[in-house]
Design a binder for this molecule. Structure first.
Ligand code: ATP
Length: 350
């Protein structure tokens, strides 16, 4: 198969397990993001794919070839990371052609590859400059260009935008996606920024404690998280414990929760008699009079422009909702409905 296949990858440092039995497939041309909190093993996984770390166990195949023990320079991968790693004493052009010279690519082909990248990344006006004469965004483009001239099949990014300010990050994100498509690259991108992951990726692998908790499209992760960790990490969610009181073959589930009885239908049977459930603050509907009616007192209100964030308290149970009714005040009691298909069943409790 084209693309990347990892089978039971494991990385142990001393007696610390940084990556535990991780398996996945990334299709050729796919853009996948590894997302998770600091220390969850994202960079370690990326380094195993690029060859800078040899796994303690498991295998990596690139385009069907076992590269588990192949050194980085012999893999068809390029790595881009946040510090850019440009040679400070070399001009932009010299930085761009450095790898090509090292690989003894003949001059005519060198010229052709450089021209394509210089044109695509709009670098023609900067070729004679040194890296410290460029802005952060321009340096990032040169770093990308240096990777692209090598014509890799796989490009790996480790937090490439963390040195850029918010506005520039938005621009470079779009640029990275365009380039990845133009060059037909398979990409793995590491970030701990969930907005970046959701905006850029075909699929996101959410990592926690050295494992992939869920690998899905951004839309699936948001609407159908499988664990409370994912529900909490992607967007914001109200997570609570519930007892399953009845189920039927159509996926209808009745629940007893600290907020009262609730009905859920997320299309899948519950994982046990005692489960965690979640629902999104924006799904509270203050105008509907349908199922799952809840009432609570507003303890805090934060106006956010196009919506208002309300912190609620129901007999000691706190949670949040969002509304577009700006007239609600602290101390008011609000009543709202939740659709049963917006209540998601998560993992079973012991
Ligand atoms: P961040 O977002 O902070 O970069 P990360 O998810 O990329 O985090 P990793 O850099 O993969 O995390 O590290 C995973 C865990 O492995 C961390 O607890 C880290 O301290 C540990 N670790 C990484 N490299 C080594 C090493 N060479 N020796 C010992 N422990 C290491």
């Amino acid at each position: 198969m084209d693309g990347i296949t990892a089978g039971n990858l494991k990385m142990v440092f001393g007696d610390f397990v940084a990556v535990r039995d991780v398996s996945f497939e990334v299709a050729a041309g796919e853009f996948v993001t590894l997302l998770g909190p600091s220390g969850c093993g994202k960079t370690t996984l990326l380094k195993m794919i690029s060859g800078f770390l040899t796994p303690t166990g498991g295998t990596i195949h690139l385009s069907g070839v076992d590269v588990t023990r192949t050194p980085p320079e012999k893999r068809d991968t390029a790595l881009c990371f946040q510090s850019y790693a440009l040679f400070p004493h070399l001009s932009v052009l010299e930085n761009l052609e450095f790898g090509l010279r090292q690989k003894r690519v003949p001059p005519a082909e060198r010229r052709q590859r450089l021209d394509a990248v210089i044109d695509n990344l709009d670098l023609a006006l900067h070729l004679g400059k040194l890296p410290n004469q460029l802005s952060g965004g321009q340096q990032q483009r040169v770093a990308l260009g240096r990777a692209l001239v090598m014509r890799p099949n796989v490009i790996l990014f480790d937090e490439p935008l963390s040195n850029l300010d918010a506005k520039l990050r938005d621009q470079v994100r779009i640029e990275i996606r365009r380039i990845q498509r133009d060059f037909g690259l398979t990409a793995i991108y590491v970030t701990h920024d969930q907005a970046e992951a959701l905006a850029m990726s075909d699929r996101v692998f959410v990592m926690n404690g050295g494992k992939i908790e869920q690998a899905d499209t951004p839309e699936e992760l948001y609407s159908a998280p499988k664990t409370s960790f994912v529900a909490d990490f992607i967007g914001s969610a109200n997570v609570l414990e519930a007892d399953v009181t009845s189920t039927n073959g159509n996926g209808d589930v009745e629940l007893s929760t600290p907020l009262g009885p609730l009905k859920a239908n997320s299309g899948a049977p519950p994982m046990g008699r005692k489960v965690k459930i979640c629902w999104r603050p924006e799904h509270a509907d203050l105008t509907a009079t349908g199922e799952n009616r809840l009432s609570a007192r507003v303890t805090h209100r934060a106006f956010q422009g196009h919506f208002t964030d309300l912190h609620l308290d129901d007999g000691g149970n706190g949670y949040r909702i969002q509304t577009n009714q700006p007239s609600i005040r602290e101390g008011d009691t609000v009543t709202f409905s939740l659709r049963s298909d917006q209540i998601v069943l998560l993992e079973a409790l012991a």
